[in-house]
Each structure stands twice: as C-alpha cells, then as structure tokens.
Design a protein around this ligand. Sequence first.
Ligand SMILES: [Zn+2]
Length: 175
Amino acid sequence: MLKYKPMGKLKIRKYPDKILSKKSAVVRNIGDKERQLASDMIEAMREFDGIGLAAPQVGILKRVIVVEDATSNNKGVPYIFFNPRIIKQKGRCGFCEGCLSVSGVTSDVIRPESVVMEALGPDGKEIKIETGGVLARILQHEIDHLDGILFIDRVNFFKRKKILKQISTKVCIEL
Ligand SMILES: [Zn+2]
C-alpha cells in the first residue's frame, strides 16, 4: 500500500448529494489506478475517523469499498474490496449506525446478523469472508452505498422523518 503516494485529499460527499443515491459500476480491471483510488480512500477514511468508506462517498461511482474494523485484532490493517457482494446472510439484529456522508446523526438499523461476502482483493484475487458482528455490519453498510442506499433508507418512516429533521435543523444552525 505504501508504494501509492497520497494524491491529495478526497472530499466526502454529504447527503443530500445526488451521487449518493446512484448505483456504482463494476470494476472491470484492477490496476494501479484502482489501487491508488483505494489507497486514497483509506487515507480519507482515517482522516475522518471512519471505519468504512465506499467510492461513491468520494464522488466515484465504482464498486470499491475500504474497511478498517477498529474493534478487531486487525486494527491498522485495512481491507480493500473490489466488486463486493453478499452471497449469504443469516439472522437479524439492530445496531447503531452513522455515516460520514450523513453527518451528525445515528440510528438503530436492523440488518442480517452475519453474512458471507465475496469480492476481489487489490491483487485481483477472489476473497470470501464469513463474518458477524461489527465487520458484517460495516460490509453491509458499505455495499449498500454501491447500490445508492444510505442507512437512513433502511429505517422506518418515523425514524427517517426524525433523522431528516435533525439534519435540516443542523443545517439551519450552521447557516
Ligand atoms: Zn456510510
């Protein structure tokens, strides 16, 4: 990863930026350009204290996510996944989620508890991960971004209304 120099700061797109509701394209070729993007995304994720980031959040509609699960033993070893997809899911549980693209709000979101995910790594090799807990949560949240879905789209009508009100109130104060 270190061989890729930081290319300058990526800007995090914020709700209601339309790009966040668009579907991302499959990455056909994993080369230096794609790895550089992933490396820049890791830099941005760390800068903003995120534990996951998807390419649309930095304005690029490609199926790339980066993840750094601070609660695991893997802290400091970020994952890069190209074209990730959930192929199996099990159980259901609630978990408090937030998002770098939806600042200042969090909400309990119900999702499958454990998942099996397939993806390609930065070397183009196939990866299969079976996981639960925080990592399963991050993967689902980030893969949702690739399909234009935000966590606030996954909560019920009333919760969503409350969240949107919080967002707009916040903007009013900032103005
Ligand atoms: Zn997010």
